[in-house]
Design a protein around this ligand. Structure first.
Ligand code: SF4
Ligand code: SF4
Length: 193
């Protein structure tokens, strides 16, 4: 932002700049409104009426490094890879990972998470948990958004089952199917309430 002494007289008067801003806004408003009307009559369909992404019908492809919602990775037999070592929970700066460890039935495996939960209301999506994990048991390569609506805090707690299921869906149908499933779940829930 410029300081007052750095401004030209034109900028210092403010009014011309306000009018210029209104002209830009007005131009886009009338342009988009006219195009929407033309589209309603089947005309000018090759010209976009707005530059915003019409989510969820229209989606942008996220870059491969996008940090999406978490998932717990699986072993070949479909069981959870996590060994409940608590390193992710220790590294988490938001203190939002809750783990309850239990004895694994297989004597070759020491522990597994009986409960593994992430409070997504507290999570800042920093990725420290992924970095800290020595077993590649937690990832954020799901390309789906964190949940943005709910009716109680519990709606935002992602359980072990939810986190494991993301890995299953991703393996079976790829990144698009995970987004489709997430939207289906949300719509179903919306209908129920
Ligand atoms: S992304 Fe960051 S804040 Fe979220 S659970 Fe992982 S470590 Fe915690
Ligand atoms: S996700 Fe990784 S770091 Fe976290 S408890 Fe499981 S094995 Fe340890």
């Amino acid at each position: 932002m410029k300081r007052k002494e750095e401004m030209t007289l034109w900028e210092w008067l403010y009014l011309p700049e306000i009018l210029r801003g209104l002209m830009v806004t007005g131009y886009h408003f009338w342009r988009n409104l006219s195009l929407h009307i033309l589209h309603a009559f089947g005309l000018a369909r090759d010209r976009r009426a707005a530059y915003t992404t019409q989510y969820p019908e229209e989606r942008k492809r996220y870059p491969d490094v996008y940090r999406g919602s978490h998932r717990l990775t699986l072993k070949e037999d479909g069981s959870v890879r996590c060994t409940a070592c608590f390193l992710c929970a220790t590294a988490c700066p938001a203190n939002c990972i809750y783990i309850e460890a239990g004895e694994h039935p297989d004597p070759k495996v020491e522990k597994y998470p009986v409960r593994y939960e992430i409070d997504t209301l507290r999570c800042i999506y920093c990725g420290m948990c992924v970095e800290a994990c020595p077993c590649d048991a937690i990832r954020m390569d799901t390309y789906v958004h964190p949940r943005i609506w709910g009716f109680s805090r519990l709606d935002f707690i992602e359980t072990k089952e939810v986190l494991m299921n993301r890995s299953r869906v991703l393996m079976q149908g790829g990144r698009e199917s995970l987004m489709e499933q997430m939207l289906r779940d949300y719509r179903e829930e919306e209908r129920r309430v």
